[in-house]
Design a protein around this ligand. Structure first.
Ligand SMILES: Cc1ncc(COP(=O)(O)O)c(C=O)c1O
Length: 309
């Protein structure tokens, strides 16, 4: 029996994606949507709050604030709720209303921030920057602990010791790993652990086509439809040395695979999961062995138009 829901964060199931049908190799995916907050972000949220409490930066009853596109917010709402800290989420109004509904259900206060140049379902780097400014303002004026996920290494640590170690234990013969990039914590943290296990594991950064800045290309499509990733900036804790390849996935490819995962695999997941499976399939075909990827979040946080092809 778990003492509380926080004990159920991580150790997610690994599932083979049959519908990907690579011509060679196999595509295996970590079912991160099974975390209590519905996404991979629960892992980073728990690590950041735990360590901040240990350092004394969060004292009893202290509020916590963060900019979120939904997933980090849900993870923090779960963690803060259980640990007894009020949580305030600032969120671009371009994110689907379902996200705010879930956060409120988990006890968070949600502050919506008007979009700068994006549109509903298409949140740009500038929209994110506006929501970050609001979070900083709340931290300063209300004395709340500012999570600042993009500038923290704890997320990286959570994935190194969490998802990376779990994959090594479950798939010792892993040949490749593919993951999309928000903060880069998932990809770089797991990649470091996987390469310690076997330096030949090929690690691939999955980017939205037209927003391939990690691959060194200009940002020509800031308004792509793969929410939660590909903000057109290189994250502060990006480890290019961990990355062997870059794969650009189009909106159409990601949405088509997301729909297929739902209808053929019983996996109702978000669009970044579809993008990951597209890239993992290509990598499995190339390597002819086991490739692992990540089903980042549940589809429940998305509006119907977010998922429409
Ligand atoms: C839907 C979704 N997929 C993937 C990611 C990428 O995670 P990371 O920040 O670890 O790079 C995020 C990050 O917010 C996300 O919201």
């Amino acid at each position: 029996m778990a003492a509380n829901i926080l004990d159920l964060i991580g150790n997610t199931a690994l599932v083979e994606i049959q519908c990907a049908q690579p011509k060679r190799g196999a595509v295996l995916a970590k079912a991160e949507f099974l975390n209590p907050g519905g996404s991979i972000k629960d892992r980073a949220a728990l690590q950041i709050i735990k360590q901040a409490k240990e350092r004394g930066e969060i004292t009893d009853g202290c509020s916590v604030v963060e900019m979120t596109s939904g997933n980090m917010g849900a993870g923090l709402a779960v963690v803060c709720g259980v640990m007894g800290h009020p949580f305030i989420a600032t969120m671009s109004s371009g994110n689907s209303p379902e996200r705010a509904t879930m956060l409120r259900g988990l006890g968070a206060q949600v502050v919506k921030v008007a979009q700068v140049n994006g549109s509903p379902g298409q949140v740009t780097g500038q929209d994110i920057a506006a929501a970050v400014d609001e979070a900083k303002h709340i931290a300063q004026t209300q004395g709340a602990f500012y999570v600042d996920q993009f500038n923290r290494v704890e997320g990286f640590d959570a994935h190194y010791s969490g998802i990376g170690a779990e994959i090594v234990a479950d798939v010792p013969n892993i040949m490749g790993f593919a993951a999309c990039v928000g903060t880069g914590a998932t990809l770089c943290g797991a990649a470091m652990r996987l390469k310690e296990h076997n330096p030949d594991v090929v690690c691939v950064a999955v980017e939205p086509a037209g927003a391939e800045v990690l691959a060194g290309r200009p940002l020509v499509k800031p308004k792509h439809r793969i929410q939660g990733i590909g903000y057109g900036v290189i994250p502060p804790h990006w480890h290019a040395e961990m990355i062997d390849r870059y794969d650009a996935v189009t909106d159409e490819e990601a949405l088509e695979m997301t729909a297929r995962l739902g209808s053929q695999e019983g996996l109702y997941v978000g669009v970044s999961s579809g993008a990951n499976v597209v890239a993992a399939t290509r990598l499995a075909e190339e390597l002819g062995g086991a490739v692992v990827t990540v089903l980042c979040d549940s589809g429940l946080k998305y509006s119907e138009c977010d998922l429409a092809q």
